[in-house]
Design a binder for this molecule. Structure first.
Ligand code: NAP
Length: 525
């Protein structure tokens, strides 16, 4: 597959005058051709102007046209075939099966949003008809629908080069909402980004979409991303990555003359509570499945179980011993980038050097470059309560088991935790009462609470919440996975006493779109 290393701005493919950079194969540290050129401020301006020019036309495309556009993007990504997977493998070090699965998820996600668009429920149409005879004051005719926020900038994630990147959940949900999208490509997988961006560009042309509906810019540094976030035509931001990066972009968005929402998914250690009866009954199985979850994909998941809590007992001792044994045989695997690998090594070294932390075991060391050696550590509940740094995310295959003296201490530790994407209860029937005491705390802490599973693996569906209080995300009222992600890029508008001819189709008296509307407080249909 031929890569040009150029920006995609509307229907143009143009070289950037800024600094050039190359992708690195993390498996061997070698740079990969071609050179990618960074955009400059004029190209940022052009992409933003095109997106703004496209906005009014794009947000009023029919539900069918927009759904077809999303489906065509999925088809065009599939048409890229094995070349896309090969490039993504060499840029991320991820294995073929994982990337093929991720491509499937990416395309299914686009198709899910196509169906969401068609159904039109996201418009949330409410009609309160006029009551001219009402006393003492007549009621005017009031109608509400949701409209798109405006052009959105998306920062793709390094750990999902397909499903959370150029055509990932942020882009799919923003396009579904009617927002043009400008992606700042992640520098770790620029070739993969170029291929997927080309697929979106082709789909936009085939579907007759306004030109500025999609652009993608490269940057060797942070200038382009920051300029996009600060540009007055950009009205929202989607981000997945580090806490430092997410906070920097949020600050940039808040310091604008017109502040805008930033939906940043940043940092989570996903506590798992091993309840006593479950631990007694199936501690060995739990230890095996825990090690599988923590080491999967070199632990490079935002839902990695980085913290495990249990009550002091021989059952917990056995769990730790079994998990340590399983972990010692865990092969090392290649991490996504040299930067992520060195951050992992530093975080593990910091944890190991903490006098209140004991090392249970480390996994196998690897032969090649940027290998993630798994790690398991323990600490006491009181020590975690005394030292906030023990909550720091270690992005990779490492987890910390917290030994609590009793349920009260476990509750205190739960209460002291930062916001999380997930919280998990490993529990049996006899644990229900204890779990019920934890639940109100976990509801305040996490976006998803699960029983008897592991947090890695996020279903893309309607009920999913992939979000949570800070620092899991910058806005706990939203999800970045699942159909509800569309609401991040919408806002309600009320139309008072507008004549039927002026009203948008969704609000006209005839209900030509056949929407289920809330009329005078009652659901139609
Ligand atoms: P990152 O450093 O936060 O970068 C993510 C994206 O944001 C990249 O496109 C990056 O630009 C851009 N960016 C970062 N800081 C910025 C700033 N100050 N101003 C403007 N743009 C900025 O994340 P990463 O490189 O993927 O991984 C680094 C660490 O992030 C990992 O070690 C891990 O701790 C965390 N991480 C978390 C998740 C999660 O799911 N929450 C996922 C991946 C990584 P460049 O492309 O130019 O670098």
């Amino acid at each position: 597959m031929i890569l040009e290393g150029k920006q995609i701005i509307g229907q143009d493919t143009v070289a950037g005058p800024g600094a050039s950079f190359q992708a690195v194969d993390p498996a061997n540290g070698e740079t990969l051709p071609p050179e990618f050129s960074s955009a400059d401020s004029q190209q940022v301006e052009r992409a933003c102007q095109l997106a703004w020019d496209a906005f009014d036309a794009y947000r009023e495309t029919s539900l069918e046209e927009r759904a077809k556009f999303l489906e065509t993007i999925a088809e065009e990504i599939e048409h890229l075939g094995g070349g896309l997977i090969e490039r993504a493998m060499s840029e991320s070090g991820l294995p073929v099966a994982r990337l093929e699965g991720e491509r499937g998820r990416t395309c299914n996600q686009l198709r899910l949003f196509a169906n969401v668009v068609r159904a039109g429920e996201w418009l949330d149409v409410r009609v309160d008809p006029a009551l001219p005879e009402r006393t003492p004051m007549p009621r005017p005719d009031l109608r509400q629908r949701h409209i798109a926020l405006g052009p959105v900038t998306v920062f793709g994630a390094s750990n999902f080069p397909l499903a959370f990147s150029v055509a990932g959940g942020d882009t799919a949900s923003a396009l579904a909402a009617g927002c043009p999208v400008i992606v700042k490509a992640h520098a770790a997988h620029p070739g993969t980004s170029e291929l997927v961006a080309g697929a979106i560009q082709t789909a936009a042309k085939k579907c007759g979409m306004p030109e500025g509906v999609f652009s993608m810019l490269f940057d060797a540094g942070y200038e382009v991303g920051t300029a996009l976030v600060k540009h007055p035509h950009i009205k929202a931001v989607g981000f997945t990555g580090s806490r430092k990066g997410g906070l920097a972009l949020q600050q940039a968005a808040q310091s604008r003359p017109e502040p805008i929402p930033v939906y940043a998914e940043m940092s989570s250690i996903n506590p798992v509570f091993l309840m006593p009866k479950a631990l007694e009954a199936r501690g060995t199985d739990l230890a095996q499945s825990f090690v599988g979850s923590v080491s999967m994909g070199a632990g490079q998941f935002c839902t990695n179980p980085g913290l495990v809590l249990g009550l002091k007992s021989s059952a917990l001792d056995s769990f730790i011993e079994e998990a340590g044994k399983a972990l010692k045989d865990t092969p090392a695997s290649t991490m996504l980038t040299p930067g992520i690998h060195s951050a992992y090594e530093q975080s593990v070294a910091k944890l190991a050097a903490n006098p209140k932390v004991n090392e249970v075991g480390r996994g196998l060391t690897g032969e090649g470059e940027n290998q993630c050696q798994a790690g398991l550590f323990t600490t006491q509940g009181a020590d975690l309560l005394a030292d906030e740094s023990l909550q720091d995310e270690v992005f990779g295959a490492t987890s910390l088991v917290v030994i609590c003296n009793d349920l009260d201490e476990m509750k205190r530790v739960a209460e002291a935790l930062e916001g999380q994407l997930t919280a998990t209860l490993q529990m049996d029937e006899g644990d229900t009462q204890d779990a019920a005491q934890l639940l109100p705390i976990l509801e305040r802490k996490a976006g998803r609470i699960m029983a008897n599973g592991w947090p890695t693996g996020v279903e893309v569906c309607h009920a999913m919440v992939h979000g949570g209080p800070f620092p899991a995300t910058s806005d706990s009222r939203s999800t970045s996975v699942g159909s509800a992600a569309i609401f991040r890029f919408l806002r309600p508008v009320c139309y008072q006493n507008l004549s039927d001819s002026l009203l948008p189709e969704a609000l006209k008296e005839a209900n030509g779109l056949n929407l289920k509307r809330l009329v005078d407080g009652k659901r139609e249909g």
